[in-house]
Design a protein around this ligand. Sequence first.
Ligand code: FMN
Length: 252
Amino acid sequence: MAEAATLGEALEAVPTGPPPQPAITAALIAMAETRSAKLDLICHLPPAFPAPRAGPAELSDHSTIPANLARMAENTGDRYAVARTALARIPHGVAIIGAADGTERSCATGTAMYVSFVPPMVAIAEHPGSRTCKLVQRSGAFSVSFLHASQQDIAERAGKSAEGPDKFATLRIKPLEAPPDAGGAPAVADSMAVLWCVVRDSRETGDHVLFTGEVRAHQIDPAKIDALLRFRRRYAHIGHITSEESPEGYPT
Ligand SMILES: Cc1cc2nc3c(=O)[nH]c(=O)nc-3n(C[C@H](O)[C@H](O)[C@H](O)COP(=O)(O)O)c2cc1C
């Protein structure tokens, strides 16, 4: 350990198998240069002491992960620590959530997941402090515009609040108006795919509001396949397609 010149070399030198001694773990964390690298290490190094095993032996392989995460939040006093490290490892397609009420319009960077095929439904989680959340609550509708890799700048801009009644206009994001009877939420022009939804359910979920929406209309651009993704607090592109399109079976 003492001879290692870089964090990478020091990590290489950690013996695999038994957990490292507390001194080794502490030395590695001290070598990490940024706060985010330190958090990564606290989260992902095996615990210096074996985690208490309350359950049956076959569950023991899983016990280190929650133990590490709990310790990380405790050690750093950072209540977002688990979100930043563990939840950030859920890869997501990047979407812009759009909503409007009268002349007030907003759009916020976010994510969405499908929750039903028939009828088609998606879920989004919005922070109650965001303008978009309030507009979804007031109008009962939202749009989800899945961004193409070429639209990263839109994700960056819509991920911050903006002045003025119309965030599309303030940020110069070209809107795509909703078709008739689709709820009326503005979407983002030139996206890879757009869903226009009406709210079917909304409930407080932790520090967010979880909206479930029924898809009333959609638009896809079949020429755009390089989705913009979010993973480990970074933007990314979709990378390589590794199979042919499934001819049957699961619908998605
Ligand atoms: C990649 C990324 C993903 C985000 N996902 C969400 C999300 O799922 N829910 C949410 O409430 N905010 C999310 N945000 C933050 C909002 O986009 C941000 O708070 C925005 O300023 C809200 O704008 P508004 O107040 O105009 O609605 C995300 C931001 C980024 C950059």
